[in-house]
Design a protein around this ligand. Structure first.
Ligand code: SAH
Length: 225
């Protein structure tokens, strides 16, 4: 079931998005293109429509993680903004995303002019998001059902790679599939919290690593596809 969004609702949600962008600015997000993408994308349409209730839609633009079905959650807007900012995106960048989920982060990457390749290991989410994003107008995204630990060797190398689930370690295949000069943003940690790791590939063999901030992600799962 889809919620019918009236013109009045659209107006209301636009106002809410503007306020969300202001909150993200206060929390330290400065990249104007990231903020513009968040101001543009109708986040309230990304929730699991079968379980979403109007009360939940009320929270669509507060800085919260909310259910998207299959036991998964949409990332906090701040987390999406933070990870995206750390990717230092340029128009035309070829970007690999691990963990498509409901596709909100995917839409942000596409809205910023990137060529997006995205992998999801939950079939139901893959099927749903693959239909939903083109329906919203994002037609050039390439969707893959599979295990993100392996990346997409056939489509490598990538300028940027973003992982949106908490990984126990940095998968070597992802490091290999990154261009020299590229950036990988990945939350690392198996417990309640993960630390955001930002890796810049300096040469085929060397990386510069920064560890910044603690976040909460659902786990990046292995060997289940
Ligand atoms: N960016 C998404 C975040 C969803 S949560 C959003 O904003 O909606 C993380 C997602 O990663 C989940 O959908 C989960 O199924 C997926 N995931 C977990 N382990 C994975 C793996 N090994 N490969 C691909 N996707 C994985």
């Amino acid at each position: 079931m889809f919620y019918k969004v009236s013109k009045e609702d659209e107006y209301l949600f636009k106002g809410k998005r503007k306020r969300l962008v202001e909150q993200l600015r206060v929390k330290g997000i400065i990249n104007a293109d990231v903020l513009k993408a968040i101001e543009t994308i109708p986040r309230h349409l990304f929730f699991d429509q079968s379980t979403a209730r109007p009360a939940m839609l009320e929270h669509a633009y507060s800085d919260k993680a909310l259910p998207i079905g299959a036991g998964q959650t949409i990332s906090h807007p701040f987390t999406v903004a933070f990870q995206t900012e750390k990717l230092e995106l340029k128009v035309g960048d070829k970007v690999l995303e691990i963990g498509t989920g409901c596709g909100y982060q995917t839409a942000v990457l596409s809205e910023m002019g990137c060529k997006v390749f995205t992998i999801e290991r939950q079939k139901s989410l893959y099927d749903k998001t693959k239909l939903f994003l083109p329906f919203l107008g994002y037609k050039s995204i390439r969707f893959f059902y599979g295990d993100g630990y392996k990346g997409l060797p056939k489509h490598a190398p990538f300028d940027k790679i973003i992982v949106t689930a908490g990984a126990p370690y940095i998968p070597n295949d992802l490091l290999i599939q990154l261009n020299v000069g590229g950036i990988l943003v990945i939350p690392i940690g198996e417990g309640e919290q993960q630390e955001m790791n930002v890796l810049k590939k300096k040469s085929e063999q060397s990386f510069e690593k920064q560890v910044i901030g603690k976040f909460k992600f659902v786990p990046m799962l292995q060997n289940k596809v």
